[in-house]
Design a protein around this ligand. Sequence first.
Ligand SMILES: *Cc1c(COP(=O)(O)O)cnc(C)c1O
Length: 355
Amino acid sequence: MRNHFPVSIAEIHLETIKKNIRIIQQKASARKVLAVVKCDAYRHGAVTVSKFIEGNVDWFAVASVDEGIELRMGGIKKPVLVFGVPTYENAAAYQTHNLTATISDVAHFSVLMDGTSYQLNFDTGMGRLGFSPAQAADVRQLAIASQRLACSGIYSHYATADDPGSDYVYIQQQRFKQVLTHFPEIPLIHMSNTGAATNYDDIDHFGMIRTGLGMMGYNAGYTRHSWLTPALIWKTKAAQVRPIKRGDVVSYSSTWVCPEDGFLATLPVGYADGVPRSLSNKLHVLINDTYYRQAGNITMDMTMVFLGKENIEPRTDVILLGGSAWNAYEWAEHGQTNVHEILTNITPRVEKVYI
Ligand SMILES: *Cc1c(COP(=O)(O)O)cnc(C)c1O
């Protein structure tokens, strides 16, 4: 007997992810690829996606130790870099689960356990985590003195690479190159995220690129890359369809007034599933190859769509995001956020189905 009845599904096209990786790797003439699978691989499913692409990438990266442990428990064997900071609480887990730590502060050298592998992170202008370039000589001395740990690389991160033409990308690159003069023997150097790898062909991508969003078929900025294919299609079915009269109002705060007699479909998804409330009265969804406008405030679990004169059966398929419907670029643009946030807001309520 089934005891599980998801009201919406996210179709994840695994071959599409593999193809996107190949294209980005070629664009950047990159030797190695690190697959960023933080936040459950941008909600595409970290373990399933990582297992599928493990033969096509060299490294994985996650945000936290817990996400790294999940990959190891799922059977991932390739190196896993953790972007977050090591602490006394989680230091042993790096060693137990063979996770590569990020050292971004002097204190981290003493936190990690003997034999732990690590990479150095320098902040060349992102303003988030990492040593300042001025610390390079001191950090080198600490690395040499810390032979009980194993250094496997050095990295930095761009702040403005999501769109082409940013001078700051070149400034950060220069700062990083200056840092690198202090580390002539380091085995692996990387700096480029999806944006840098796809929007800048005249910078040095060093030994490896890091891609998260690009694998999923998107670029983060305003620049849309038609040669990448979104890998996730979010689908649901109409829960109820009812006639509605001109002048009737819909949903909380009655922000929508029906312009003409017609039909209203109620969909069983809302902002608790990941349809941003900021898309209220803006979102368009695809039903039978026709776009319909969403009506009224999006609620926690339900979203209404005005069908005009069209009457459809309850249980009719509705494409919310991806495929021929609006994709995460349109959602991000109309919801005034970025593609990353649209994808990571898709909650575990949405059942993942692998194609
Ligand atoms: C998230 C993240 C990435 C991946 O960025 P995308 O734009 O998704 O490719 C790369 N490097 C670091 C340090 C990150 O935090």
